[in-house]
Design a protein around this ligand. Structure first.
Ligand code: PEP
Ligand code: MN
Length: 338
């Protein structure tokens, strides 16, 4: 931690900063420049971070030197993490394709979508039981019944499935059925939920909050990892910007940025980012080309009748064509799908 003093800070101000650091056993190195004094704090970073240094007289700025997250930081281990969801691997050379309807609406719609995406080579199924909807009057999901339908879809196709958990009280229920849990964008900073999913033993797909920075997202992942669950996949799904042409703005640069910061695998959800089916294929191709470890795609047999997110769902035959394109790019990128 570096404590930069104001140009007019007095020697007494500097002495107070040093005393504050020493009070918790940290060391202080004072460097006096021509215009300013900087105090370098050496010691337990998390403990130093609890000191209200910015509130002391004469302090202009406190600059952390180390990253605030530890377990998920790239330096925490040699090499990248490969997360296993049932039979599917995500990370390293393994590129995952998560696909299926946004929501489980009924058995037929779910099984049709699941069989179609499996036949085209998807590696993991999606289909939600609990839906976070902006309006309380919108379809909220079928709950446990949907998890049972997804279990059948998984058995019929031989593919594992991921399901969103909306509420800390449902973590056990969803974990009992699903092969992986997903924490959605609106819950990325629901710290109770993050800790609960960290205590169970299924992998977690953590979506980026639509208003969250990459650092906040990694700190959310740290909440999960801190409880002992390090099987975490980060999912970029678009952030809110001033551009209304798409539902969100896919932050494609988050992928290479995260690659510098974390060993966790990174996937991209072009469907929720674009909100429009025509943009899903181009963004999915961009995701694999930019180095993502997977994509998550909404596929619906009849988007015009979907109870949720129909405008962004692609048809099974469009998904099949996209899989062919992804396989070609995968070869160039040294990746294998499935
Ligand atoms: C979803 O994937 O179904 C979903 C609700 O996404 P997000 O949390 O990114 O909005
Ligand atoms: Mn959706």
């Amino acid at each position: 931690m570096l404590i930069v003093m104001q140009p007019n800070a007095t020697d007494e101000d500097v002495r107070s900063v040093v005393a504050k650091l020493k009070s918790i056993g940290a060391e202080a190195h004072v460097s006096k420049g021509k215009f300013r004094t900087v105090v370098g704090a050496i010691g337990d970073d998390t403990e130093i971070a609890t000191l209200p240094l910015e509130a002391l007289d004469g302090v202009e700025r406190v600059i952390p030197v180390l990253k605030p997250y530890k377990i998920v930081a790239k330096e925490a281990q040699d090499g990248l993490t490969i997360v296993e969801i049932g039979t599917a691997k995500i990370g390293g050379e393994h590129f995952a394709v998560v696909a299926g309807p946004c929501a489980v609406e009924n058995r037929e719609q779910t099984l049709t979508s699941a069989k179609a995406v499996a036949a085209s080579g998807a590696t993991i199924l999606r289909g939600e039981a609990f839906k976070p909807r902006t309006s309380p009057y919108a379809f909220q999901g079928l709950g446990k019944e949907a998890l049972e339908i997804m279990k059948d879809a998984s058995r019929d196709t031989g593919l594992p499935f991921v399901a969103e958990v909306l509420d800390a009280r449902d973590v056990e229920l969803v974990a009992e059925y699903a092969d992986a849990l997903r924490v959605g964008a609106r819950n990325m900073q629901n710290f109770t939920l993050l800790s609960e999913v960290g205590k169970q033993h299924k992998p977690v797909i953590l979506k980026r909050g639509m208003n969250s920075t990459i650092e906040e997202w990694l700190l959310a992942a740290e909440y999960i990892a801190k409880e002992g669950n390090e099987s975490i996949v980060l999912c970029e799904r678009g952030i809110r910007t001033y551009e209304p042409a798409t539902r969100f703005t896919l932050d494609i640069s988050a992928v290479p940025v995260l690659r510098q910061l974390t060993h966790l695998p990174i996937i991209v959800d072009p469907s929720h980012a674009a909100g429009r089916s025509y943009a899903v294929g181009p963004l999915a191709r961009a995701a694999i080309a930019v180095g993502a470890d997977g994509v998550m795609i909404d596929v619906h047999p009849c988007p015009e009748e979907a109870l949720c997110d129909g405008a962004q769902a692609i048809l099974p035959h469009e998904f099949e064509r996209l899989m062919g394109e992804l396989r070609q790019i995968a070869r160039v990128m040294g990746r294998v799908i499935g």
